[in-house]
Design a protein around this ligand. Sequence first.
Ligand SMILES: [Zn+2]
Length: 155
Amino acid sequence: MSMTKTRCTDRVVGSILASWRYDISGISPEMRKDYEQHLAECAYCSARQKFHRSLDGALALLTSLSALFFLFALAVLRHIKPFENMAFSVLGLDNPSIYTMLVAAGVAGLCFSLIALALVLTTTPASSYLGGLAAERAKLIEERLPAAIKSLRPR
Ligand SMILES: [Zn+2]
């Protein structure tokens, strides 16, 4: 890839940006200008910034999916309980403890996923990144709308 061959044009600014994981949304607008200029000029840093933001987005997506998965597993467990009771009593197995264990694992997994998601959303600019992505998509869709539909919309 060409990314490894390109070097940062200003190593001082580059290393500061790297320490922030290329997130400049937290600093004051006056300070931001210099870094924004560097990101516009330096191909290396802007590529790194894109990579980190998509990584944040991927992490947020992954943790939400994981939370959904555990929620779904708990819902399934709730519904299969009557059948399971029957099956286990036929087989003479110690059903309640297995069921409790599965529910406990589901609850623990759900809690862990939610904590991970909260951490991702609070320590990374993932939420603003995903919000920006959604706004970009909406704009793209609107641009592609036929003129006839556009004229119907209030200005
Ligand atoms: Zn740079």
